[in-house]
Design a protein. Structure first.
Lengths: 174, 203
C-alpha cells in the first residue's frame, strides 16, 4: 500500500498566493458562467435525492426535505453533480502530472488503520449533516458566499475555524 | 450581460475540472496539509481561501461597475444566522476529526487516498441522515435568526462594497503576515513530499 510513485518526481505544491489567485479566477468564471459559485456538499444532496428517488420513490417524494427537490424529476445530472465529476477529473490530472498520486490510507501510520477509518467516517457524517443545516459547506457557503459578500458565509467560516481548532486539540484525526 | 446562467453539463464539468485541479495543486487533497491549518503550523487553507475570496469579490465588483454584470444577479447564501453557525461548527468538527471537508475529500480520493473515500461515504450518510431527521426541530433551526433586511453586508449593515473589499484586503494581509510568522515558529508548512508520504507516525 505504501509503494512510492516511481514514475514521476514529486513536484511541490503551488505557493498559497498563486493557488489563491487562480482559485479566485476560477470562482469568478463560475459566477459569470452559472450565476452561482462553486460547491461540493450540494452534489451529495443531489446524489441522495436522485438515488433515493430510484430506490425508494414513495419515501423520497414524501420526505419533507427531499420531496420538494424531486418534484420536477431527478436532480442527478444537475450542474452540481457534473461539477463534482469535474473536480474528480481535475484533481486526478493534477495529482498524476505532479507525481503526487499515491494509493494509501492516509493516517494509517499516525493513528492506526482502524482508528483512522472510524474517524474519517465520523468526520464525514458530521460534515454532511452540518452542511445540510447550513445549506452549504466550505466551498459553497464559505468560499463562494464570502466572495458574494454574504453575511452567512462569514458566520459559517468563523464557527468552522473556531470549532475546528478546538476539536483538533481534543481528537487527533490524522 | 453576465451572468450567462449556463447550468448545463459542459459548464459544470469545466468549472469542476479547474476547481479540482487547483485544489490538488494547492495541496488540499492531503488531510495532513488540511488539518495542519487547525494546528496553526500550515496556513495554506487560510491564505488560499482569503486570496480567492478577495480576487473573486473584487472581480465581481469590477464587472458590476463596468456594466458587464447585472446587479443582484449572483446567488448569495440566505442570511440564516443560526443555521450558518451550527452548520459551520459541525463542518469544522468533521474537518478536524476526518481531515477533510466535502470538496477536498474528492481531491483526496483522486490523489489516491482511501480514507477520503470513506469520508465521502460519511458525507452521504450524514446527508441522508439529515433528510431522515428533517422535521420541526431542524426546520426551526434553519429558520432561526434569519435577517430580514437582506443577505449581504451592503444590504444588512449598509457597508459599501468598496469598504468591504478594503476590509477583506486588510484581513488578507493579516492572514499572510501572522500565518507566515506561525509557520516559521512551528516548523513550516507541509511539503508535497510530506503530504504524499502520508501522515507521519507519532514520535
Amino acid at each position: 500500500m505504501n509503494t512510492p510513485n516511481q514514475n514521476r518526481p514529486v513536484k511541490p505544491f503551488w505557493p498559497p498566493f498563486v493557488a489563491g489567485i487562480v482559485l479566485g479566477l476560477v470562482l469568478l468564471l463560475t459566477f459569470v458562467l452559472s450565476g452561482h459559485g462553486l460547491g461540493a456538499s450540494g452534489a451529495a444532496n443531489d446524489l441522495v435525492a436522485g438515488v433515493g428517488l430510484q430506490l425508494v420513490p414513495e419515501a423520497t417524494k414524501a420526505n419533507g426535505y427531499l420531496g420538494p427537490q424531486v418534484a420536477d424529476g431527478s436532480p442527478l445530472g444537475s450542474w452540481m453533480t457534473w461539477e463534482i465529476v469535474g473536480v474528480a477529473i481535475g484533481a486526478l490530472f493534477g495529482a498524476f502530472m505532479a507525481g503526487r498520486f499515491r494509493v494509501q490510507l492516509d493516517g494509517e501510520r499516525s493513528v492506526g488503520a482502524k482508528s483512522r477509518l472510524v474517524k474519517t467516517l465520523v468526520g464525514g457524517i458530521l460534515a454532511g449533516f452540518g452542511a445540510r443545516i447550513a445549506g452549504g459547506c466550505t466551498s459553497g457557503l464559505g468560499l463562494s458566499g464570502a466572495a458574494a459578500l454574504g453575511v452567512a458565509a462569514f458566520v459559517f467560516l468563523a464557527l468552522f475555524f473556531a470549532t475546528g481548532m478546538i476539536v483538533s486539540r481534543l481528537v487527533k484525526g490524522v | 450581460m453576465f451572468p450567462l446562467n449556463d447550468n448545463g453539463m459542459i459548464s459544470g464539468l469545466l468549472c469542476g475540472i479547474l476547481f479540482g485541479y487547483v485544489l490538488e495543486n494547492a495541496g488540499f487533497g492531503s488531510p495532513v496539509k488540511l488539518s495542519a491549518q487547525f494546528r496553526l503550523n500550515d496556513w495554506a487553507v487560510f491564505k488560499v481561501m482569503f486570496t480567492a475570496i478577495v480576487v473573486a469579490a473584487a472581480g465581481l465588483w469590477l464587472l458590476r461597475i463596468g456594466g458587464l454584470l447585472k446587479p443582484d444577479s449572483i446567488a448569495v447564501p440566505q442570511a440564516a444566522m443560526a443555521a450558518s453557525a451550527v452548520g459551520g461548527a459541525l463542518v469544522g468538527a468533521g474537518f478536524a476529526v476526518g481531515g477533510y471537508c466535502p470538496g477536498t475529500s474528492v481531491a483526496g480520493v483522486f490523489s489516491g487516498r482511501i480514507d477520503a473515500a470513506v469520508f465521502i461515504v460519511g458525507v452521504i450518510a450524514g446527508t441522508a441522515g439529515f433528510a431522515a431527521f428533517y422535521g420541526a426541530t431542524l426546520k426551526s433551526l434553519k429558520a432561526a435568526g434569519l435577517i430580514a433586511e437582506g443577505d449581504t453586508f451592503t444590504d444588512v449593515y449598509s457597508v459599501p462594497e468598496p469598504v468591504m473589499l478594503g476590509i477583506l484586503v486588510a484581513a488578507l494581509i493579516a492572514v499572510f503576515y501572522f500565518g507566515s510568522w506561525f509557520e516559521r515558529r512551528r516548523g513550516g508548512p507541509v511539503t508535497a513530499e510530506q503530504a504524499v508520504a502520508g501522515a507521519a507516525p507519532t514520535p
